[in-house]
Design a binder for this molecule. Sequence first.
Ligand code: UP5
Ligand code: MG
Length: 196
Amino acid sequence: FDPKDVFVIFVLGGPGSGKGTQCANIKNDYGFVHLSAGDLLREEQQREGSEFKDLIQTCIREGKIVPMEVTIALLEKSMQEAIDTEGKKRFLVDGFPRKMDQAIKFEEVVVESQFTLYFECSEETLVTRLLKRGESSGRIDDNIESIKKRFQTFKDTSFPVIEYYEEKGKVRQINAEQDREEVYANVKKVLDLSLQ
Ligand code: UP5
Ligand code: MG
């Protein structure tokens, strides 16, 4: 596809900050395609015959970042499919890029992002939400050991990506501590301003 035709918003924030929840809202109201990098990796991990099964499972459990070649290939494939089948060209890329080299590579080989929605949330709130979800999610990383590792990786490795875009004036920060409705009201304000 031609990068000129494609519109990408990165959706970033700590584990459990509400990226997936809010992307579902945005998808409904604004007609974006929602691509969760984590969901794509979990699907690939379950796919019969995938050569990355063990690698993905270990990374997710340990809160480590899967090598970017795998994730970028999955994102590109999904974008191409959405364009081919639905003709859709506006994408929310949720939970990616999580590391500086991924940000640079994706923007070099796929497309430059328009801006980043950043969900800002305290560690305490994140842990509470994820432990609660862990009671029923079946996610191998919704336990206290994995949650701690995920948060550490977020601080050490993923936060610098947000700082990098902040310096370029490309971050729209949202307070993600509030309840879902309030967070979404703020998301809408930002989008209505940024998309006009
Ligand atoms: N919830 C949501 N909003 C709430 C609110 N305002 N008030 C109260 N509760 C709220 O929400 C999390 C939980 O909180 C849910 O139960 C929700 O109902 C509730 P969710 O919307 O799922 O938050 P999200 O930010 O999407 O949390 P998620 O757990 O998906 O975040 P992660 O970033 O940890 O997970 P992701 O799936 O993106 O990645 C998982 C792993 O995959 C990574 O750790 C990494 O190992 C790997 N990965 C890569 O290697 N590379 C990638 O590019 C992407 C992932
Ligand atoms: Mg998610």
